[in-house]
Design a protein around this ligand. Structure first.
Ligand code: PMP
Length: 298
């Protein structure tokens, strides 16, 4: 059965201050954001009714908007409350939460100083981002052709819609070739990240991950670095050249949607789904659902 399109689902979407029936959360074709990519968004997950890292995500939404030269007309606290309301209104406890802020249709053309800033929060049930079998076998990634841009070329610290243009192209290219996703290099030819998740490697028991100086410093990335360090693992953030992947034994990607997912293959390089990756997957599962840790211990 074909999945129900995203504009035809049941439930409620929080739109500019109130909950509206799902199908009524519409925009006009002459919306600045659709023509000029003046939109920023977030992706969060709720586990057992609680939205994980809710405030951090809404702070990042504010920061993303500022970088794109607009102000979100709701405080972080108001957005936190709105996201919880959207979750409750849809009677969901396990969910993906998608806030988005965009410039409206008051002005057309590149200048958009007088557009209204709109905000919506949609919530839906979104299972595993990758094929669940990948948790055992590891993902297969292609190496993408487009490069993550130089920070002088694009607002790389913002989770801006426009930055995903090259991600969608690369994801499609990878899927057509039978891969789950693409690993993207940056403008210097260094390893950057996947199309919607950060990347880590293991070498001799040490974690290596690229410095996020031209791509999103994921909230999951920071979470994993913090608990890896707490567990005594050494974590090195540095420039990583693609050829170095030959010497890495394990690899995994991190992201709100992807969580911690092992990688078995990137282009010509092969990795094992090893002990460190499995441990960090378990640790992440315990962190997002403290009940798991209790169950595992008991
Ligand atoms: N990079 C990109 C391009 C992403 O879209 C995401 C998902 N938001 C991430 C990294 C991971 O970020 P986070 O852990 O904050 O979800």
């Amino acid at each position: 059965m074909a999945p129900v399109p995203y504009d035809q689902r049941d439930g409620f979407i929080w739109l500019n201050g109130k909950l509206v029936p799902w199908a009524d959360a519409k925009v006009h074709v002459l919306t600045h954001a659709m023509h000029y990519a003046s939109a920023v968004f977030e992706g969060m997950r709720a586990y057992g009714g609680e939205i994980f890292k809710l405030t951090e995500h809404n702070q990042r939404l504010h920061k993303s908007a500022k970088i794109l030269d607009f102000e979100i007309p709701y405080s972080v606290a108001e957005l936190d409350k709105a996201a919880r309301e959207a979750l409750r209104a849809n009677k969901l406890t396990e969910a993906y939460v998608r806030p988005i802020a965009w410039r409206g249709s008051e002005q057309m053309g590149v200048a958009a100083q007088h557009t209204k800033i709109n905000v919506a929060i949609a919530v839906w049930n979104w299972g595993s981002y990758f094929d669940p079998a990948a948790r055992e076998k590891g993902l297969r990634l292609a190496i993408g052709e487009y490069r993550r841009p130089d920070p002088r070329t694009a607002p790389v610290e913002s989770k801006a819609a426009g930055l995903y243009m090259i991600c969608t192209i690369e994801k499609h290219r990878a899927e057509r070739a039978g891969y789950a996703d693409a690993l993207m290099l940056d403008w210097r030819g260094q390893v950057a990240e996947a199309t919607g998740a950060n990347v880590f490697f293991v070498q001799d028991g040490v974690l290596h991950t690229p410095l996020p100086d031209c791509f999103l410093d994921g909230i999951t990335r920071r979470t994993v670095i913090a608990f890896a360090k707490q567990r005594g693992l050494k974590v090195i953030e540095r420039a990583i050249m693609p050829e170095e992947m030959a010497a890495f034994s394990e690899c995994f990607v991190t992201g709100t949607a992807a969580e911690v997912t092992p990688v078995a293959e990137i282009g010509p390089y092969r990795f094992a789904v090893g002990d460190i990756t499995r441990k960090l997957m378990d640790d992440y599962a315990a962190l997002i659902r403290p009940a798991n840790a209790v169950a595992a211990a008991g």
